[in-house]
Design a protein around this ligand. Structure first.
Ligand code: FES
Length: 98
């Protein structure tokens, strides 16, 4: 689940969309498709706020309950590798507060 929530410009919390999550979402979808993993191993969906705004763009991987923060386009291949191999990208892993 990729947060694509967008708050108005100047909002103190900021938002994942403001930090590039819409591009991250599209790149993850394309990457899964390229690797033949879409609908077989994983499915990418967009969602609203995951309550980790200050460390966004935020991604939640279920059912493993792994939260990634500050995700950029440059991280996509590592995330796809982790999905494929059942591992975690430790440098992006954050502890969700829920
Ligand atoms: S706006 Fe994305 S986690 Fe809150």
């Amino acid at each position: 689940m990729v947060c694509v929530n967008r708050r108005p410009d100047g909002s103190p919390k900021g938002s994942c969309a403001e930090r590039g999550s819409e591009q991250v979402y599209k790149a993850l979808r394309a990457g899964l498709k390229e690797r033949g993993l879409a609908r077989v191993r994983a499915r990418v969906v967009s969602c609203s706020c995951l309550d980790a705004c200050t460390t966004g763009p935020s991604i939640l991987v279920e059912p493993q309950h792994i939260m990634y923060g500050r995700v950029t386009i440059e991280d996509i291949q590592d995330i796809l590798d982790a999905i494929e191999n059942g591992t975690v990208v430790e440098r992006l892993s954050i502890n969700p507060e829920f």
